[in-house]
Design a binder for this molecule. Structure first.
Ligand SMILES: Nc1nc2c(ncn2[C@@H]2O[C@H](COP(=O)(O)OP(=O)(O)OP(=O)(O)O)[C@@H](O)[C@H]2O)c(=O)[nH]1
Length: 279
C-alpha cells in the first residue's frame, strides 16, 4: 500500500477522551528524546499515557522507564514485528489496543502520545490513530531533507527539526531548512529544537499544551487541575525502576503485540476517515 493511499481508518468517538498525539520520523531523529522531554514538561500538569513502537524489542519503552520521566505503568510497548509505518498507518489495531488499555486503566487522560518506530519520509499516522501528529527530522541528514517532502514533512501538524546543536558540525544551514520547510508546508508550523540542550523541549511542549486545550474545548473534556492520587502521571524516580523495566512494586509492563489484539479491536482498521485540521 503506498504512502498516499486513502486513509480508511477513523478515530474512535472523540468526545470525552484524551487527545492522541502521534510522533513519527526517521530512525534516530530524536523521537524518544522528544517523548521524554514532553513527559518532563507536561507530566506535572497533564494526565499522560505513552505508547511506544519498536520492531522487535521494547527499547524505547525501556529507555523511558529508565529515564523516570513517567510512571512506568503508563507506558505500553507495541512490538510491530514489521515495518513501523504498517502499525501506525495500515493496521493500527495493536496501537489502538494499547491506547485504549491506557485509557481504561488510567482514564480519564488528557494526552496519549504514540511514538512510531523510526521509518522513512513516507511514514505518516492514520487519522484513525492520531488526532494530531508531529514529524521529527534532525539536521544530521543534511539541510536538503525538508525540501524532499513526503507526507510527514508536508502534512504533519507540527514539523520539528531537532539536533540544531549539530548543525555546525554537519554543515547544515538552518535558514535553508526553515525556508524549504515553509515552502512545502503551506503555513503549518515548524520548530527547531536541540533536545540535548533543552531537555524540556519547551516550545514543542507549549504547542502540545495548546493542542490539548483546543481538544478539550472542542470535545468536552473536563479541565484537570492538579494531580489526583490515583490518576497522577507524576514521574517515578529512576531508582524505582530496575534496568529490565520492572518497577520496585513488582509491576511489569508487558509489550502489546499484534497477536494480543482482541478481534473486536481490529474493527478500528475498517472504519472511515476523519480529516485532521491543521492548526
Ligand atoms: N546532539 C544531539 N543528540 C540528540 C538530540 N536529541 C536526541 N539526540 C540523540 O540522538 C540519538 C537518537 O535519539 P532517539 O531519541 O533515540 O531517536 P529516535 O528517533 O527515537 O530513534 P529510533 O526510535 O531508533 O528511530 C540518541 O543518542 C539521543 O541522545 C539533540 O538534540 N542533539
Amino acid at each position: 500500500m503506498g504512502a498516499y493511499h486513502d486513509d480508511l481508518h477513523d478515530a474512535a468517538e472523540p468526545d470525552g477522551r484524551a487527545l492522541r498525539l502521534g510522533i513519527g520520523g526517521p530512525v534516530g531523529s530524536g523521537k524518544t528524546a522528544l517523548v521524554a522531554a514532553l513527559c518532563r514538561s507536561l507530566g506535572p500538569s497533564l494526565r499522560l499515557g505513552v505508547v511506544t513502537n519498536d520492531i522487535y524489542t521494547t527499547e524505547d519503552a525501556d529507555f523511558l522507564r529508565r529515564a523516570g520521566v513517567i510512571d512506568p505503568e503508563r507506558i505500553q510497548a507495541v512490538q510491530t514485528g514489521c515495518c513501523p509505518h504498517t502499525a501506525i498507518r495500515d493496521d493500527i489495531a495493536a496501537n489502538i489496543d494499547a491506547v485504549e488499555t491506557l485509557e481504561e486503566r488510567f482514564g480519564p487522560l488528557d494526552l496519549v502520545i504514540v511514538e512510531s518506530g523510526g521509518d522513512n519520509l513516507t511514514a505518516t499516522f492514520s487519522r484513525g490513530l492520531a488526532d494530531r501528529q508531529i514529524f521529527v527530522l534532525d539536521v544530521s541528514g543534511g539541510d536538503k531533507v525538508p525540501r524532499k517532502g513526503g507526507p510527514g514533512v508536508t502534512t504533519a501538524d507540527l514539523l520539528v527539526i531537532n539536533k540544531t546543536d549539530l548543525a555546525p558540525m554537519v554543515g547544515a544551514d538552518l535558514t535553508v531548512m526553515s525556508r524549504d520547510a515553509a515552502a512545502v508546508r503551506e503555513g503549518r508550523p515548524v520548530l527547531f529544537t536541540s533536545i540535548r540542550e533543552d531537555r524540556s523541549a519547551h516550545m514543542v511542549a507549549q504547542w502540545v499544551t495548546d493542542m490539548v486545550d483546543v481538544w478539550r474545548h472542542d470535545h468536552g473534556v473536563a479541565h484537570h487541575h492538579g494531580l489526583s492520587a490515583h490518576g497522577s502521571s507524576a514521574r517515578r524516580v529512576p531508582e524505582d525502576v530496575s534496568p529490565d523495566g520492572v518497577a520496585a512494586d513488582g509491576i511489569s509492563v508487558d509489550g502489546v503485540t499484534a497477536d494480543d489484539v482482541a478481534p473486536e479491536r481490529k474493527e478500528h482498521g475498517e472504519q472511515q476517515s476523519r480529516p485532521v485540521t491543521a492548526p
